[in-house]
Design a protein around this ligand. Structure first.
Ligand SMILES: NC(=O)C[C@H](N)C(=O)O
Length: 310
């Protein structure tokens, strides 16, 4: 697996330390030969739609996790991103998707290896809210029906672009779309925080491989006394350093500010040959976007304004 990790770029986002704040990402990686101005413009449009969907909910007083779910929905439905429709394909050519939703009170739900749930974040939410469990691997049709989430055939998720990406990866080319995972972190009017992540994993991953995204503490984490985090990148490295939880622990026990905590954690990810990025939002304080890859797709908004970057 090739990586192009560079020194982390860590940016504290404009905004105030309290009040509603919303940050989303749609993956980090390298632009690669398939990146065109049209595709970048489409990514920015989709990011803006997702940002608006979540932020409007926060403005109307909705809890943080609802904004997270709403934005992830928009991005799962957008074929440009590696989640829901447009998910990266496994080595046997199917979409096997993961998602996780966690609130600052420690409640969390996740799914891995789902292949028919239209919006995997809905299944993660159902696990969190409707079961006494945390993580389901490849849930049965009956379980999915019970959760009341919409389904599609696996064909629905597979786009021509991802087929081409898989073919290129299998013929020894660069795994050019290994990234593109999506996620969101939110702080609502009550000051509660939440995080969510959804992904198709990595192009050409082995059947059954699980990345960091659905694992609480690895790709997704929220703790009301510290931060909400959603990661993207080479999942194996993020799992090895328990990346999202590590950011939380650094803030909590090492007294590091959020920027330093994110940077130091990405340095550890790089030491395990991983690249990628993360969005981090503290319960009190400004949000941060950090990545050690060439670029990262993200957007943020607070009462002070915001922006998207594709
Ligand atoms: N695209 C990604 O960010 C991949 C995800 N982190 C995984 O390893 O499954």
């Amino acid at each position: 697996m090739t990586t192009s990790s560079v020194s982390p770029v860590t940016t504290e986002l404009a905004g105030s330390e309290t009040g509603i704040t919303f940050i989303i990402h749609a993956g980090a990686g390298s632009r690669g030969k398939h990146s065109t101005p049209e595709r970048i413009a489409q990514v920015e449009l989709d990011l803006q739609r997702a940002l608006d969907a979540g932020y409007q909910l926060l403005e109307s007083g909705a809890p943080a996790h609802e904004a997270v779910v709403a934005a992830i929905h928009v991005m799962e439905d957008a074929p440009e991103f590696n989640a829901g429709r447009g998910a990266a394909l496994t080595s046997d050519g199917i979409a096997q998707m993961d998602a996780c939703l966690m609130t600052g009170d420690g409640e969390v739900g996740a799914v891995t290896g789902v292949s028919t749930v239209k919006n995997p974040i809905d299944a993660a939410r159902a696990v969190k809210e409707q079961t006494k469990h945390v993580l389901f691997a490849d849930p049965t049709d009956a379980e999915i029906a019970d959760w009341g989430v919409a389904t599609e055939s696996n064909e629905y998720f597979i786009t021509e672009q991802r087929r081409q990406s898989l073919a290129e990866a299998q013929s020894g080319g660069d795994e050019w779309e290994k990234h593109g995972t999506i996620g969101a972190v939110a702080r609502d009017a009550e000051g509660n925080i939440a995080a969510g992540t959804s992904t198709g994993g990595i192009t050409n991953q082995m059947h059954g491989r699980v990345g960091d995204s659905p694992l609480p503490g690895c790709g997704t984490f929220a703790n009301q006394s510290t931060v909400a985090v959603s990661c993207t990148g080479i999942g194996e490295a993020f799992i090895k350093v328990v990346a999202a939880h590590q950011v939380s622990d650094r803030v909590r026990f090492s007294g590091e500010n959020v920027e330093d905590a994110a940077t130091a954690t990405l340095d550890e990810v790089a030491a395990h040959h991983g690249d990628g990025g993360m969005i981090v939002l503290p319960a009190v304080g400004r949000g941060v976007v950090a990545y050690n890859s060439e670029m990262m797709n993200f957007g943020y908004r607070s009462a002070q304004g915001g922006k998207v970057q594709g």
